[in-house]
Ligand binder design. Structure first.
Ligand SMILES: [Zn+2]
Length: 263
């Protein structure tokens, strides 16, 4: 049995809306490939209302948060909307939240301003996660130093969490593992040659599987689209990298996810 620990199945992205039938289809396809649990990440307040659809499916694990791309100077409206969602819908984690400096020129005033805004939003949401005693689902890209600095300053080891689509450097990963964080890998990471070393260096009980569906966003030049069903293939590749039987690896992932999301 497999689990997709990070998917965006109720985000319409470039569609105008999403229906219960759309989600049903995705879940049915996943079930056929033995993917029985899907962590459904809703990280834009505009999409929080899709909870009405999500709540119809008991194998969806709800995670809500405000992603870094929405960071502004002032977050009070978004944060109160998030708080309301947490109180009303009882998600299993706050996410995805974090830092992404990939397209920022950190030497420029503009880049520096965006970096500061992302940090502010990240800190506020860790505080909220602490308030509700929930783990955090983190997106981090080219921001290792600030990521660790903020997690340490906020004592995030007390709430724990996962780094989704992990691309952190070795020292950062070691520190994250010390803090009890789990590292999650999906199709986008499996494309990269350095992932093999990263996976080998991570104990199996700290590894999670994901698709980040619909991951076609990561491959803009192709028509490849990943769905939660594909996490069975991700698990197969990761198990081979770890030199483990697929069943044993899948059980280890399920056990870690069950504990992280308090299932
Ligand atoms: Zn994501």
């Amino acid at each position: 049995m497999f689990i997709d620990c990070h998917a965006h199945i109720v985000h319409p992205f470039n569609f105008t809306t999403i229906t219960q039938d759309d989600v049903e289809e995705v879940i049915a396809a996943a079930r056929e490939r033995e993917v029985h649990h899907i962590v459904s990440v809703s990280s834009n307040p505009d999409y929080f209302t899709f909870y009405d659809i999500e709540k119809c499916f008991e194998n969806l694990i709800r995670v809500v948060g405000i992603q870094r791309g929405l960071a502004q100077d002032e977050h009070s409206t978004m944060l109160s909307s998030l708080k309301e969602q947490i109180e009303l819908t009882k998600p299993k984690a706050i996410g995805e939240i974090g830092l992404d400096y990939t397209s920022l020129d950190l030497e420029s005033a503009k880049g520096e301003a965006v970096r500061k805004r992302q940090q502010k939003l990240f800190r506020k949401q860790i505080l909220m996660a602490r308030e509700f005693d929930l783990p955090v689902v983190i997106h981090a890209a080219e921001a290792d130093r600030d990521l660790l600095g903020i997690l340490e300053e906020q004592h995030a080891e007390e709430i724990g969490g996962m780094i989704h689509g992990c691309s952190c450097g070795r020292e950062t990963r070691e520190r994250l593992l010390d803090m009890g964080f789990l590292l999650s890998f999906g199709p986008s990471q499996l494309e990269r040659p350095e992932t093999l070393e990263m996976v080998k260096q991570t104990p199996a009980e700290h590894l999670l599987t994901e698709t980040d569906a619909p991951a076609w966003l990561r491959f803009p030049d192709t028509s490849v689209e990943f769905q939660p069903a594909d996490v069975s293939e991700v698990a197969g590749k990761l198990a081979r990298m770890k030199g483990m039987e697929l069943g044993d690896f899948a059980n280890a992932v399920l056990k870690s996810a069950t504990s992280l999301f308090n299932l």
